[in-house]
Design a protein around this ligand. Structure first.
Ligand code: KIV
Ligand code: ZN
Length: 513
């Protein structure tokens, strides 16, 4: 049997994924996701756009410090100041990469950059050379390559490889291409660029037409050896190619691919759950690989077939993507050491004993209400503990809700707002509506509620409900999360979490504007 080539998996959940409206993550959350990606043996983690803000710089640096086995990449526009920032941010990494980009489509060059093609080539070459002063591992992307002229792409790619880029990433930035077309673009570039053999060709597909995974796979068949993707397909607008779908398609159809990844696919489901719980972007039940129904057999005929021989209706094994990894590990009688050691296995370390004690006390409260504590419960608990330890201007002190058939539900809430206790009552169409109105009459955030969703973290009626609340104010969108065995309390926490995020001033640059 011929040895398969390696397909590099480049995860951009922490960068392009974070560009989804409301998906912004704290430094600690990014480090937790990066460690989960490292456990999955992802080759390259794009940790952020360091030039965006001080916070983004610090997050890339923190990920570069925490992760040992994956390459850590920082994004930079083809500008000196961006490259310097990215170079500094990835310095602590065992293996670091700078990913620099400039738009190459006629519409982007003319309308966005207002630059001539010659100027674009010159700036790209300069950027790559500058990035090489920080690392030998430089990636270049001609943004909007999917709508760029092929002759121009060949010209700029040849120039940046000569300047020292070792990865050439071809983005379908607006998700415009069809699979056969995108595949043939990759084959053409590899064929026509004279020094193509000195670089690895990569693809970065957006999902505006629902084709991001199909386009990525077509590119791999045509010679791409790196795919950029995100967990759960998170990303700008309709998102990026989903990591789990790309990886499992290639693994499952090895009869058709001459390459494979080296990922530990059993980490896929735990990582998907973590990203969903941190960002508040729920995974639809019928989502391939990681949706709750992805391996469920509803119809009697299918169930009968699967019982006789699994392969009749299953092309993958649920356990191979980590469906059994959500182990019941702890319960009411588990002690502090068991709690600490399971957290360590999940790469969660509390910096102080005080913080660990706080988390343990929350764990004990939860174990009183819920018999079995799963890893997903622990992850949600850690998210809550860390959120509470940040400087939150608004905190929930108490909540009382009355809901009865034939009566209008009402809620009485006491909050601490800038350390001053304030109470309010309100009625609403349901207990959650009443609770939100009562909170709003204290905080007066004047925001618009864009989304409210509840998800059971585990199965069973004693499961914690994980609530996401998306608020919008003046064009800024934030997601708040809350978890509790009582979903009205979880809802109040989620609303307050979102309000706290809105109360925090942010100044952040978007890389692609
Ligand atoms: O979609 C895109 O073009 C990007 C680039 C920065 C690679 O995200
Ligand atoms: Zn993108």
């Amino acid at each position: 049997m011929t040895k398969k080539e390696k397909l590099i998996i480049f995860d951009t959940t922490l960068r392009d994924g974070e560009q989804s409206p409301g998906a912004s993550m704290t430094q600690d959350e990014k480090v937790r996701i990066a460690k989960a990606l490292e456990r999955m043996r992802v080759d390259v983690i794009e940790a952020g756009f360091p030039m965006a803000s001080e916070g983004d710089f610090a997050s890339v640096q923190a990920v570069a410090r925490a992760v040992k086995d994956s390459t850590i990449c920082g994004l930079a526009r083809a500008l000196d100041k961006d490259i310097e920032r990215a170079g500094e941010a990835i310095k602590p990494a065992n293996s670091g990469r700078i990913h620099t980009f400039i738009a190459t489509s006629p519409i982007h060059m003319e309308k966005k950059l207002r630059m001539s093609p010659d100027q674009v080539v010159e700036q790209a070459v300069r950027a790559v050379k500058q990035a090489r002063n920080y690392t030998d591992n430089v990636e270049f992307s001609p943004e909007d390559a999917g709508r760029s002229e092929h002759d121009f792409l060949c010209r700029i790619i040849e120039a940046v490889i000569d300047a020292g880029a070792s990865t050439i990433n071809i983005p379908d930035t607006v998700g415009y291409n069809l699979p056969h077309q995108f595949g043939s673009l990759i084959a053409e570039l590899i064929e026509r660029v004279p020094n193509a053999d000195k670089a690895i060709f990569s693809v970065h597909c957006h999902n505006d037409l629902g084709l991001a995974v199909a386009n990525s796979l077509s590119a791999v068949i045509n010679g791409a050896r790196q795919v950029e993707c995100t967990i759960n397909g998170l990303g700008e607008r309709a998102g990026n190619a989903s990591l789990e779908e790309v990886v499992m398609a290639i693994q499952t159809r090895q009869d058709l691919f001459s390459c494979n990844t080296t990922l530990d696919t059993t980490q896929i489901v735990p990582c998907s759950r973590l990203v969903s719980s941190i960002t508040g972007f729920a995974v639809q039940p019928n989502k391939a690989i990681v949706g709750a129904n992805a391996f469920a057999h509803e119809s009697g005929i299918h169930q009968d077939g699967v019982l006789k021989s699994r392969e009749t209706y299953e092309i993958m094994r649920a356990e191979d993507v980590g469906w059994s990894a959500n182990r019941m590990v702890l319960g009411k009688h588990s002690g502090r050491n068991a709690f600490r050691s399971r957290l360590q296995e999940l790469d969660i370390v509390f910096e102080t004993e005080e913080a660990l004690n706080e988390a343990f006390s929350r764990f004990k409260d939860l174990a009183d209400k819920k018999h079995d504590i799963y890893d997903d419960d622990l992850q949600a608990l850690v998210t809550q503990t860390r959120a509470a330890s940040e400087i939150e201007r608004v905190k929930l002190v108490s909540l009382k809700v009355c809901s009865e058939t034939g009566e209008t539900p009402n809620a009485a809430v006491t909050l601490s707002y800038d350390s001053e206790e304030k109470s309010a009552t309100a009625s609403g169409s349901g207990p959650v509506d009443a609770t939100f109105k009562a909170i709003e009459s204290v905080v007066k955030s004047n925001t618009e509620l864009q989304l409210y969703s509840v998800n059971a973290i585990t199965s069973g009626t004693d499961s914690q409900g994980e609530v996401t609340v998306r608020l919008e104010k003046g064009g800024r969108i934030v997601n708040g999360q809350g978890a509790d065995t009582d979903i009205v309390i979880a809802s109040a926490r989620a609303y307050i979490n979102a309000v706290n995020k809105l109360l925090e001033p942010v100044e952040r640059a978007h890389p692609q504007i």
